[in-house]
Design a protein around this ligand. Structure first.
Ligand code: PRP
Ligand code: ADE
Length: 186
């Protein structure tokens, strides 16, 4: 394990777990913006993404609102690659693409703006759970005609079922919840 990820792994093991409609949901700065977002963790996450993903000739990072935003920001500052946020509100622009997001515990409408056909993009989000969010964003980007170079999430849950055709991702850490605690999977 990369020693710079130690503050992330330590704090994940201490993360409180809450119940969201029967779904075990951990609460951590990287995934929720609370209880605190630590600068050393944000930097280590951005560095780990740079190690794992080929960002050469990527035009744009695409980050779903809300919890992709701080990781997209840190990565953008470290790489000078601009980013766009997939918003939960419509702006009514002619080229806007609406997508329907279903997560493990809820659903929403998302709206893609600011991505052009043939843009080479990397999607950045905090966590992969059911894969519903990533799959919806990929579908929206395919409608636009963008090239999805990679999809990266800080955490990938290995204890949640995903559809057989769900897009796999590059992750910084794989995790599961066991006996009320987050466990890091090597
Ligand atoms: O793999 P999935 O089951 O789709 O779950 C992952 C998504 O769930 C969370 O977003 P959510 O829309 O709940 O809210 P937030 O980012 O606004 O907190 C998270 O930020 C991911 O985008
Ligand atoms: N904060 C979180 N904890 C656990 N599972 C999640 N899925 C999406 N967000 C999550």
């Amino acid at each position: 394990m990369d020693p710079s990820l130690e503050p992330l792994t330590r704090s994940l093991r201490e993360a409180p777990i809450v119940d969201r409609n029967g779904y075990e949901y951990f609460v951590h700065g990287v995934t929720d913006g609370i209880l605190s977002v630590e600068p050393d963790v944000l930097r280590a996450v951005a560095d780990a993404i740079i190690d794992r993903v080929d960002l050469e000739s990527v035009d744009r990072l695409v980050v779903p609102e809300a919890m992709g935003i701080h990781h997209g920001t840190a990565l953008s500052l470290a790489t000078d690659i601009p980013f766009v946020v997939v918003r939960k509100r419509s702006y009514g622009f002619p080229a806007e693409v609406a997508i329907h997001q279903e997560t493990s515990y809820g659903e929403d409408e998302l709206f893609v703006n600011g991505v052009d056909a043939d843009d080479r993009v990397v999607i950045v989000d905090d966590v992969l759970s059911s894969g519903g969010t990533v799959d919806a964003v990929c579908a929206g980007l395919e409608t636009i005609g963008a090239e999805i170079v990679d999809v990266v999430t800080v955490l990938r849950r290995v204890d949640v079922d995903r559809a057989a055709d769900s897009r796999d991702v590059t992750s910084v850490l794989d995790v599961r919840i066991d006996d009320g605690e987050v466990v890091i999977v090597d």
